[in-house]
Design a protein around this ligand. Structure first.
Ligand code: HPA
Ligand code: ZN
Length: 330
């Protein structure tokens, strides 16, 4: 089954590129950029990956990404991810990036985007992986800051597939960002948001109503609201679920107790993703294999999950159709 899952064409829609930073590269970039890390060694850093909540992970995630300084750093980060994704049989990736923590350190949007875009171009040439970029706002920072970032990104609007919303969820409801997302909509940008990971089902409805999103990142807590489940079903709103992430961040104690089977039983448009693969036990193949082991899903189930991801992807229609045909034939 592992080889069959590896060669199944897969699209990854929920991936934080800063969350692909492996400890070895973090130390290499820290040395290159003259940055002192709080950990003495790769092993000490890995030992710190013992999270009890989203916030405990975010604290480490923001410290780790501080080694990213130059265009070359962002290029190498993304290329290292693309190589692993290619080995996992990923054919399309939507990379989220968080500009705010970088801007705050004096790293410009130009630096971030030039590095990521050149990696996306190289991934298409070397691995035939297509990709899209999603600019995410930090929901635990003021909405005005997100608005300023959105305005600053003007030169890149035509190269952004969407804007997103991430970081600490509880206490930062989607409505806080209504004006920002209205502006993004007026600019013709698609919108997605994390909702219902640690936050309540209300935040999922709020993201749909106030932010007019076309996808929900995570969304696993939707089952707490029957009317919401009916809506997600009838509108077939894609949920980008991240199974291993949810276990690492204690959203579910074990994968066997994850609500994924219930989401599928309710006819929802579920996709599988790795979120922050350097921190949460691996990439797409690790997530697919873990689900196979926990739920006993067969080939048909995984074909459906892969099909859902392609149908929900920001991808050109010809490539979508070609990849859908490859999934059906797999
Ligand atoms: O899983 C996540 N949730 C919210 N914000 C994030 N930023 C990186 N990963 C995550
Ligand atoms: Zn995420």
């Amino acid at each position: 089954m592992k080889e069959w899952l590896r060669t199944l064409p897969k699209a990854e829609l929920h991936l934080h590129i800063e969350g692909t930073l492996e400890p070895e590269l973090m130390f290499e970039l820290a040395a290159r950029n003259g940055i002192r890390l709080a950990w003495q060694s790769v092993e000490a850093l890995r030992a710190a990956y013992d999270f009890d909540s989203l916030q405990s992970f975010l604290d480490l995630y923001y410290r780790g990404m501080s080694v990213l300084c130059t265009q070359q750093d962002f290029f190498e980060l993304a290329m290292a991810y693309f190589e692993r994704a290619h080995d996992d049989g990923v054919v399309h990736v939507e990379l989220s990036f968080d500009p705010q923590p970088h801007l705050e350190r004096g790293v410009t949007l130009q630096t971030i985007l030039a590095g990521l875009e050149s990696a996306c171009d190289e991934a298409r040439r070397r691995f035939d992986i297509s990709s899209a970029l999603i600019m995410s706002f930090l929901r635990d920072r003021p909405a005005q800051e997100a608005m300023a970032v959105l305005e600053q990104a003007a030169p890149w609007y035509d190269r952004l597939a969407a804007v997103g919303l991430d970081s600490a969820e509880v206490g930062n409801p989607p409505e806080k960002f209504t004006a920002v997302f209205e502006r993004a909509r007026a600019l013709g940008l698609a919108r997605i948001a994390h909702a219902g990971e640690e936050g309540p089902a209300d935040y999922i409805s709020g993201a749909l109503d106030a932010l007019d999103v076309c996808r929900i990142d995570h969304g696993v807590r939707c089952l707490e609201d029957e009317a919401l489940v009916a809506r997600l079903h009838s509108e077939q709103i894609p949920l980008t679920v991240c199974p291993l992430s949810n276990v690492y961040l204690k959203v579910f104690e074990r994968l066997e107790s994850h609500c994924l089977p219930a989401l599928l039983d309710n006819g929802l448009c579920v996709t599988l993703n790795s979120d922050d693969p350097a921190y949460f036990g691996g990439g797409m193949l690790a997530n697919f294999m873990a689900c196979h082991e926990a739920f006993g899903w067969d080939e048909d189930a995984f074909r459906e999950l892969s099909r859902n991801a392609l149908e929900a992807a920001f991808i050109d229609d010809q490539r979508r159709e070609r990849l859908l045909a490859a999934i059906a034939a797999h």
